[in-house]
Write a protein that binds this ligand. Structure first.
Ligand code: SAM
Ligand code: SF4
Length: 290
């Protein structure tokens, strides 16, 4: 797959549910209305769709949401997608809030997952509760530990926000370093109707980098994971820090991905509304016809 700008698309972010057990202030409103379950792609439909994508050169699938691990049977889906490896699928990964990792880590590893991203914006339990509107901090830490023990490589994802968690970032980097985790900092993107004031919370990551460099030596690295993060080696910890800067230094030219919502809607970009609906085609056409 190649888009009209000549960018090769070999990476798909696939949402398996719009539901979540947290309500991060920058992501969701407290009173979310979720789509009825019948509107979500079934596992059969996801597998069928993924087979077509892999047939067109997609190498990596990242399962996301909402919270992917609240979808019932998620480990079965990972196993099913793993069956597409002989067709050219190199990797299935996922991004999670970590709350269900205590019970699912081992099964996810057994189903073929090797790397996961876990979102964690602060190490302060009170601020975590404020940011996510739920009291799940201890479970997330337990989940991260469970993932590590199960053999999963963990990258921590942190949305950096001025006046919200900027003062927590040096401690987060040190904490990741002690555990051998890479850390990715993400600029908050203006998505959806949420309560946080994004204008005042916007924090260019160049500023964060300068602050971190007071305590850490950051050496530019050629490391890539197929995503938009630009990495630095952290000399003091032996781990890496990645900066994802959709606003201050956009990476559109090198974009390699599409997104598919849990309802089968395909988006070329998070920042645009252009979309293609595949669910009804999948359902009407029947297996093999998509
Ligand atoms: N629930 C899972 C989680 O939190 O990791 C997966 C879905 S979540 C939408 C995926 C990632 O997007 C998380 O790292 C989250 O912090 C980030 N995110 C959510 N809203 C965002 C926003 N407005 N700007 C930037 N990143 C955002
Ligand atoms: Fe849920 Fe992830 Fe959004 Fe937080 S960022 S509300 S955990 S989907």
């Amino acid at each position: 797959m190649q888009d009209a700008h000549g960018r090769k698309i070999d990476y798909v972010r696939l949402s398996v549910t719009d539901r979540c057990n947290l309500r991060c202030t920058y992501c969701m409103a407290e009173d979310m209305e979720f789509v009825p379950r019948r509107e979500l792609l079934t596992f059969e439909e996801i597998e069928e769709l993924t087979r077509h994508l892999v047939g067109r050169g997609v190498k990596r699938i990242r399962l996301t949401g909402g919270e992917p691990l609240v979808r019932k049977g998620i480990v079965d889906l990972v196993e099913r997608l793993g069956n597409l490896r002989p067709l050219g699928l190199a990797e299935v990964t996922l991004t999670t809030n970590g709350t269900r990792l205590p019970e699912l880590s081992q099964d996810l590893f057994a189903a073929g997952i090797r790397r996961i991203n876990v979102s964690l914006d602060t190490l302060d339990p009170a601020r975590f509760a404020q940011l996510t509107r739920r009291d799940e901090f201890a479970r997330v830490l337990e989940g991260i530990e469970a993932a590590r023990n199960a053999g999963l490589a963990v990258r921590i994802n942190t949305v950096a926000m001025r006046g919200v968690n900027d003062q927590d970032l040096p401690a987060l980097l040190a904490w990741c370093g002690e555990r051998g985790f890479d850390l990715a900092l993400i600029e908050a993107m203006p998505l959806g109707e949420v309560s946080i004031d994004r204008r005042s919370a916007h924090l260019p990551l160049s500023e964060v980098r300068a602050t971190l460099e007071r305590d850490f030596t950051l050496i530019p690295s050629a490391h890539r994971t197929g995503g938009p993060a630009r990495y630095f080696d952290v000399a003091e910890t032996g781990t890496r820090i990645g900066f994802i800067t959709p606003l201050s230094d956009n990476f559109c030219a090198g974009c390699n991905r599409i997104r598919i919502a849990a309802t089968g809607t395909v988006y070329g970009c998070l920042g645009h509304d252009q979309k293609v609906e595949l669910r009804d085609v999948l359902r009407a056409a029947g297996p093999g016809e998509l």
